[in-house]
Design a protein around this ligand. Structure first.
Ligand code: ZN
Length: 509
């Protein structure tokens, strides 16, 4: 059996279904390019039938990415499969990923089909997909709550029908590692021809076991793991890519397997996904959290000074955590700025570079040191933004302890200027109210917070606003040295995202 574990990244499909993680096509493309650099084997780029935007993003990624397989998800019906193929066909290595539920609970309540019908649908779907390409993956949705004999029968049938990869998802994050290991072993022993296909797993983290379950399956012969950057995904999320990869690498003797991941790209990838989605990792997150390599205890620090191995099982450098930030400032020229951007992994056109450089210079006037985080925020804010129906062109506030906080704002809606004022419990509240008096919205502010991107009182403020409307949620972000302006930008950005998202439909696996 091969000892190479394929890493199937579904950040752009399952991860993107995470509340507030919606990305536009340009952002998805940026993440896909970084995933290629990271060395994932398969990028699941989206669910092409879900919406026009999903379709376009998958096609664009298929046309751009050359070193990874690009997969499109589809349910087990002709329309879905045809659409998925249409989106991925220009990829250098296309893959069709089709799925249907196999658990009685899904059959009865969701699909309203018999086991026999579902089995036939699964086989027909695989055959249809195979008529387009050899690289076909089949997923038995809710496999871990399915009757094992029936699941075995379905997997047997799709292998016979020509599926090259069979995926066993723990869709609801229900199974225990020892049970999952047994399930995979049972399939390996009881499905004829399984040695000629790749067994894959796809785990969710509802009980905090997605990574443990995936690794238990690898131990029993699974050779593809589906996972996401930062464990982003539906509900509690998917198995975290960085944790899977570093477990297999750090405990090589326990698994006897390898992945093709360039592990020093893990941290940059994690950071990029956080910046784009606005969903940051908790500081104690394994591998990529801010404190993952910080040793506070005196005994540990003493031990580390004597010998790294005393308390360190892997080095921060091995996952790409930089030792120091190179700092730019007022005297840094265009050349240094461009070099730094390239080193950070961004590819900008001349026009985009001009825009970013102008903003960088403006920042240098108000801030002595410009850090990598500042540059990334400029790029996110200036270059990779969603279509702007609304634009905040002016904001001024009056506040203090002897006045009612008042804000005057000017907002452009599709190019037409509107102006109004509002007051509130604080400058941010007043700003939001003034914006809301111009942009009529039914959305509610579910969360609002501000981070200082870098240290010092001249730091740029990074504001996040989470909006909710009829079950849809988005996170907007804004950056400025003035935190009230940053907050206003974040609010308008969230309203723009909401407009964008409302046009979309979302599917699940
Ligand atoms: Zn999933």
């Amino acid at each position: 059996m091969s000892t190479r574990i394929l890493i199937f990244d579904t950040t752009l499909r399952d991860g993107e279904q995470s509340p507030g993680a919606t990305m536009n096509t340009q952002e998805k493309l940026l993440v896909a390019k970084q995933l290629e650099k990271l060395g994932v084997d398969v990028i699941e780029a989206g669910f092409p039938i879900a919406s026009e935007d999903d379709f376009n993003a998958v096609s664009m990624i298929a046309k751009t990415i050359r070193n990874c397989q690009v997969a499109g998800l589809c349910r087990a019906n002709n329309l879905d499969i045809d659409r998925a193929w249409e989106a991925v066909k220009s990829a250098k290595h296309p893959r069709i990923h089709t799925f249907i539920s196999t658990s009685d609970i899904h059959l009865k309540y969701q699909l309203k089909k018999t086991r026999k019908q579902v089995l036939e649908d699964a086989v027909a779907a695989v055959k249809r997909a195979r008529s387009y390409c050899d690289n076909v993956e089949f997923s038995a949705m809710d496999a871990t709550r399915s009757d094992i004999d029936y699941l075995t029968k379905v997997i047997q049938a799709v292998v016979k029908a020509g599926a090259k990869i069979v995926n066993i998802p723990d869709t609801v994050g229900y199974i225990m590692p020892f049970e999952f290991g047994q399930l995979i072993r049972s399939l390996m022993e009881n499905v004829d021809g399984i040695e000629d296909v790749i067994v894959s797993v796809h785990c969710h983290d509802d009980l905090g076991l997605a990574v443990a379950n995936s690794l238990a399956a690898v131990k029993e012969g699974a050779r593809q793991v589906e996972c996401t950057i930062n464990g982003l995904g539906e509900r509690a999320g998917n198995a975290s890519l960085e944790e899977i990869v570093m477990a297999i690498k750090t405990r090589k003797e326990a698994f006897g397997c390898t992945t093709g991941i360039a592990t020093e790209q893990l941290f940059p990838t994690s950071r990029l996904v956080s910046k784009i989605t606005g969903i940051t990792c908790q500081p104690n997150k394994a591998i990529v959290g801010a404190n993952a390599f910080a040793h506070e205890s005196g005994i540990h620090q003493d031990g580390l000074l004597k010998e790294k191995l005393t308390y360190e099982i892997m080095t921060p450098q091995s996952v790409g955590i930089p030792e120091s930030n190179i700092v730019l400032g007022k005297h840094s020229g265009r050349h240094a700025f461009r070099d730094r951007i390239t080193e950070l992994g961004y590819v900008l056109t001349d026009e985009e570079l001009n825009l970013a450089f102008k903003r960088f210079k403006a920042l240098c006037d108000v801030k002595k040191y410009v850090y990598d985080e500042d540059i990334e925020m400029i790029i996110m804010d200036e270059i990779y933004k969603i279509p702007e129906k609304y634009k905040l062109s002016y904001v001024t506030v009056v506040c203090g302890n002897m006045t009612i906080p008042t804000a005057t704002v000017r907002v452009e809606i599709d190019g037409t200027v509107h102006q109004n004022a509002g007051f509130g419990d604080g400058p941010v509240d007043a700003t939001f109210k003034a914006i809301r008096s111009i942009i009529k919205t039914e959305s509610k502010v579910a969360k609002f917070y501000i981070n200082a991107i870098t240290g010092g009182t001249d730091a740029q403020g990074e504001a996040f606003v989470k909006l909710e409307e009829k079950g849809v949620s988005v996170i907007g972000k804004g950056v400025d040295t003035d935190i009230v302006v940053a907050s206003g930008k974040a609010y308008v950005n969230a309203l723009n995202k909401l407009e964008f998202v409302k046009r979309r439909k979302i599917g699940a696996l």
